[in-house]
Design a protein around this ligand. Structure first.
Ligand code: ZN
Length: 306
């Protein structure tokens, strides 16, 4: 009777254990029952993939432009805290102003909420500074300048705010005209009493009036002035997408219209000597958002003329 009862209890215990014992194991290999006192941690929502990293092409230097590629799974990229647009293939544009530095920060926020941050060291440059200690900074202001300039600035700013979706930012840039570089990007004059003039915002190419001017990359015309501006003269601005745009100044004639799509290398204007100049040349400025960029770093060394 006692023996029979013990057998029944043993069978009941085995049945209870039945679900956690692997079938087919010899009795000695059966694991002891485990008493779970704390609940298991929740299963992670995403598999633990290693964090990717950014990659960059371009010049990590003052006045330089970078094409970045965001880590896989990036939802959002910010540069110094400001969001920048990212193309479907993960590529984006950032640039360093002439006076940027010494570091900048790029952060990607991934779909799973994690972030990847890179601190970029911006190499400083020595700029061409000329001291003109006998000249005053401002020439005598003309009433005409005071009257007309605000509307011109408004037009330029409105052009820069346009987002055309142009894809030229993906291309290698070319020089809009070939010739001797007469004034470098970033050059600055210091006037009488040590007053600094604003630095040169682009690169000057010494070419005679009437020289064909070509689009440096694909884009959309965002400004084609129908009269000379006080400083820029006849001004043509081309959006290359992602906040990057070109300004071509002092033109004698513009042959494209606002809103027109242009191809890299397409004839867009003829050079001239309009606006505030001392002689005929082409001035080319490149900007990303508010950062002024050195065209030499983007288009490379000036090719030799044929
Ligand atoms: Zn210039």
């Amino acid at each position: 009777m006692r023996r029979a009862r013990r057998w029944v209890l043993g069978l009941a215990a085995m049945t209870a254990l039945g679900s956690c014992v692997e079938p087919g194991l010899p009795p000695a290999a059966r694991p002891a029952p485990v008493v779970v006192t704390t609940p298991p941690p929740p299963a992670p929502r995403m598999p633990a993939v290693p964090l990717g990293d950014f990659s960059f092409q371009g010049s990590m230097i003052q006045g330089g432009l970078l094409i970045g590629t965001a880590p896989p799974g990036t939802r959002r990229v910010s540069f110094n805290g400001d969001e920048v647009p990212v193309a479907p293939d993960g590529r984006f544009v950032i640039a360093f102003d002439r006076d940027a530095g010494p570091v900048a920060t790029v952060t990607a926020t991934l779909d799973d909420g994690r972030t990847v941050t890179r601190t970029l060291t911006i190499n400083p440059r020595a700029w061409n500074i000329s001291r003109l200690s006998t000249l005053p900074k401002y020439p005598v202001p003309m009433p005409e300048f005071e009257k007309l300039r605000p509307a011109e600035i408004d037009q330029i700013n409105a052009a820069r705010r346009q987002d055309t979706g142009a894809m030229g930012w993906r291309q290698p840039f070319m020089w809009p005209a070939t010739g001797r570089i007469s004034t470098l990007f970033g050059s600055q004059r210091i006037y009488r009493n040590g007053e600094a003039g604003s630095y040169h915002s682009g690169t000057d190419v010494a070419v005679p009036t009437g020289t064909p001017v070509l689009a440096p990359a694909d884009g959309v015309v965002i400004l084609a002035s129908d009269h000379p501006f006080l400083l820029e003269g006849n001004l043509l601005m081309i959006d290359h997408g992602m906040g990057l745009n070109s300004a071509l100044m002092h033109l004698s004639r513009i042959v494209v219209m606002p809103g027109q799509a242009v191809k890299r290398g397409q004839l867009v204007a003829y050079s001239g000597a309009t606006g505030r100049v001392t002689g005929a040349h082409l001035h080319w400025s490149l900007r990303w958002r508010n950062a002024k960029i050195d065209p030499l770093l983007v288009a490379g060394a000036m090719p030799a003329r044929e």
